[in-house]
Design a protein around this ligand. Structure first.
Ligand code: ATP
Length: 295
């Protein structure tokens, strides 16, 4: 039976600013999104039995309607009705509740994968506008690569990929609630905003050092104050040679940017030896390509 396999890739934020809190409670953001080479694997098949059947390799991922894959598949089938149902297998590698948009990436891969499986040829733009109701980051995850994300995350402008470098990404073993972080930010009182435009200029000029110098995440002002491990991880990465280290999204994941693999390996070892994070990756920037050629 036909099966579609995809890589649902994680993102980090090279810059994250919150412009304001709107009357309706949503926050307007200005963020630089960047796909990294860490991914969940999804395989999708049709079933004769109607429904959405999810299996996952980890016990702590819900496989019912709470899973964003389920929500995406349900919305897709409501918009484009099919006979029978779908079975989706998820192999989770992206840290959960980490600020790396793992659930959103899975939802994005579900939209793209179902479009392929059913040979519908729906345009990416149409998929993205359908996807926004599942989550603000899902349209970006469909697009992938490097992008400026504005509005509540739905206004996307593609950017060139930054110069290549090595990344160490570390997720400490603490839980951070995204909602809590945004609520405690007091967005309308922020006066010193990150210079997101300077990051964009540096990316366009392919200047890694300037890009790193302007990297800032306004949400650190809540998460890092409450969780000192974030500053510890950042300082270990910088001591090991990172040009800059930053928290991704609402945290608690921290990433460092390194010019050489040796320095990145050194940072990886230090974090591992000091037991500062359970999940550590040495990786790179990548495009948003979802194709998975494994058989
Ligand atoms: P973001 O960067 O968008 O804030 P995140 O990395 O903080 O995302 P996720 O890993 O996407 O958070 O998931 C947060 C919660 O959503 C988890 O606690 C989990 O129970 C639930 N969830 C629903 N679907 C998924 C999924 N496919 N993968 C992981 N978690 C999921």
């Amino acid at each position: 039976m036909e099966e579609v396999k995809l890589k649902a890739r994680a993102k980090i934020n090279l810059g994250l600013d919150v412009i304001k809190r709107r009357e309706d409670g949503y926050h307007e953001v200005k963020m630089i999104m960047q796909t990294v080479d860490i991914y969940d694997s999804l395989s999708i098949r049709r079933t004769d039995k109607p429904g959405i059947f999810i299996r996952a390799n980890l016990k702590n991922v819900p496989t019912d309607e709470r899973n964003l894959i389920y929500k995406a598949a349900a919305l897709f089938m409501k918009t484009y009705p099919i006979q029978g149902g779908v079975s989706i297998h998820l192999k989770k590698m992206i840290p959960i509740a980490a600020g790396m948009a793992g659930g959103s990436a899975d939802a994005a891969a579900t939209f793209v994968g179902m479009n392929q499986l059913l040979h519908l040829e729906i345009a990416e733009e149409q998929l993205r506008s359908l996807a926004v109701s599942i989550g603000a980051d899902v349209p970006y995850c469909i697009m992938g690569g490097t992008a400026l994300s504005e509005g509540i995350g739905e206004r996307l402008t593609p950017l060139p990929q930054p110069p290549s470098c090595y990344l160490v990404i570390a997720k400490p073993n603490i839980y951070v609630s995204t909602r809590y972080v945004y609520e405690h930010l007091h967005a309308n009182e922020i006066t010193d905003h990150p210079d997101i435009d300077a990051i964009i200029t540096a990316i366009k000029e392919q200047n890694l050092v300037h890009m790193a110098a302007h990297m800032e995440n306004v949400l650190e002002r809540v998460t890092a104050v409450e969780h000192p491990i974030i500053e510890t991880l950042k300082s270990r990465m910088v001591s090991a040679g990172a040009i800059r280290a930053l928290m991704s999204g609402s945290g608690p994941t921290v990433f460092g940017i390194f010019e050489t693999k040796e320095m990145a390996q050194r940072a990886y070892k230090v974090i591992q030896q000091e037991n500062l994070a359970k999940q550590i990756f040495l990786t790179t920037f990548t495009s948003g390509e979802m194709r998975d050629d494994r058989r």
